[in-house]
Design a protein around this ligand. Sequence first.
Ligand code: FPP
Length: 240
Amino acid sequence: MPEENVSVPKHVAIIMDGNGRWAKKRHLPRVMGHHEGVRAVERTVRAARDAGIAHLSLYAFSTENWKRSPSEVGGLMGLFRYYVSSKIDALKAEGARIRFAGNLAALPEDIRQLLRKAEGETASCTAIDMVVCLNYGGRQEILEAINAFLEDRSRNTLSDSERPYLTEELLRRYFYLSDLPDPDLIIRTSGELRMSNFWLWQGAYSELYFCDTFWPDFGEEELEKALRSYAERERRYGGA
Ligand code: FPP
């Protein structure tokens, strides 16, 4: 078996920030920044695949993003519809599997159907696992997981060894994508230095990388810079 290259992160997660400011700088409506953001998504998925990254997760809509104006929320929902209905063949051609993480039940039913279809049609692609976080919030994911565990416990569907306390391993089983490894590297664009409720549990030991580039300008070169920075880090997971 070839030796695993630890300098390439297995899972890269990205907080795609700066679409609004990218548009504002050009006197365009905010939604145009999100449109251009879709192109950056396409470039980045290809570049990540070519760099040997197995999982790429993208924070596309947070549980807090509903607070934006109805026109911006509508514009974003329209973009998700457009992306998942028109890009499936392109994803398949690139060998990209697409999956979604978040409280999808709160999304419009037609979008949920499109998401399921995209997941089904790309399920056998193995070049890269693309995870789009939609209506995702780390706190909500943890709460939903605990509540699902409590429900199972009250229905007595757990084995004796799983009762009565939660362990890290058991909690993980209730997360949106329980097989997804923790992110090795979390990138945030646009110069903001926050986690914004992204992968709160899973990001406990992630390396963080911040860059000033607005998301619509992100691409291969920017990803390479982040990967170079990651390769120079020494990960200790709390050890000496
Ligand atoms: C943050 O920038 C970006 C978002 C809330 C939306 C991200 C969505 C996309 C990139 C488009 C579609 C994605 C996929 C996967 C099809 P912001 O609006 O907060 O920017 P600002 O901080 O400059 O205002």
